[in-house]
Design a protein around this ligand. Structure first.
Ligand SMILES: [Zn+2]
Length: 219
């Protein structure tokens, strides 16, 4: 599925456009936003535990396509549904986007879980929802990830970060988002001190634009 996901998204978009032309009246409220946009810390959506996905339909696949547009615009290597305010167990990745080449590997991960985790590794992470903040995070090194694709087909993949699987960093980071966790939750008090000012700036910006305090990290 991986090599042709991009083509498939285009096909899904065309298919969905044809469907929309036939349906002049929406019979039920849309389950997914038609124009998803990134939310930033301290938006409370980043703290909710996301719900499993049980329906694998065109709406879901169209939403995945829209998430890829958001991730591409934001120049990310991963994006979880809660990062666009949707509390569903879904994230997308394109870990090859990091390299300065046209090579891509877009993937969709639905209802993912990790098994057989062992060892540890440290990697400097960032997050689209925490612009300008980077910090070293310790996570398991080798593990299996089991997830469904956009058609509901379940697959298992073994990843080993120190053997070169950067994707292993991305999927662990994104899976955290589905459980209401963010990468700064992994930091030591000393590391938090170093990014305190930047967190405060994001909190002030959120309050200014929404009038709300949001889900502020205690530190
Ligand atoms: Zn993130």
């Amino acid at each position: 599925m991986h090599g042709c996901t991009g083509v498939m998204i285009v096909m899904i978009q065309a298919h969905f456009a044809r469907r929309c032309n036939r349906m002049s009246i929406a019979v039920s409220p849309p389950q997914y936003p038609s124009a998803p946009s990134l939310v930033e810390y301290p938006h409370p959506a980043l703290r909710r535990v996301a719900e499993p996905i049980t329906v694998f339909d065109d709406q879901l696949r169209q939403f995945c396509a829209r998430m890829f547009v958001v991730m591409e615009n934001e120049k990310g290597v991963g994006l979880a549904a809660p990062q666009v305010g949707v509390s569903k167990r879904l994230f997308i990745t394109d870990h090859l986007r990091k390299k300065d080449t046209p090579e891509r590997d877009p993937r969709i991960w639905i209802n993912p879980r990790i098994e057989a985790a062992e060892g540890t590794q440290v990697y400097e992470e960032g997050c689209l929802s925490f612009p300008g903040i980077y910090a070293k995070v310790t996570r398991p090194n080798r593990f299996d990830i089991i997830a469904q694709d956009e058609w509901g087909v379940e697959r298992r993949q073994s990843l080993d970060v120190t053997a070169g699987d950067f994707l292993g960093i991305v999927v662990q980071h994104e899976l955290d988002h589905l459980d209401g966790r963010v990468f700064v939750d992994h930091l030591t008090p000393v590391q938090l001190t170093l990014i305190r000012r930047k967190l405060s700036d994001l909190e002030k910006a959120y309050k200014k634009s929404t009038g709300q305090v949001g889900a502020v990290l205690r530190r």
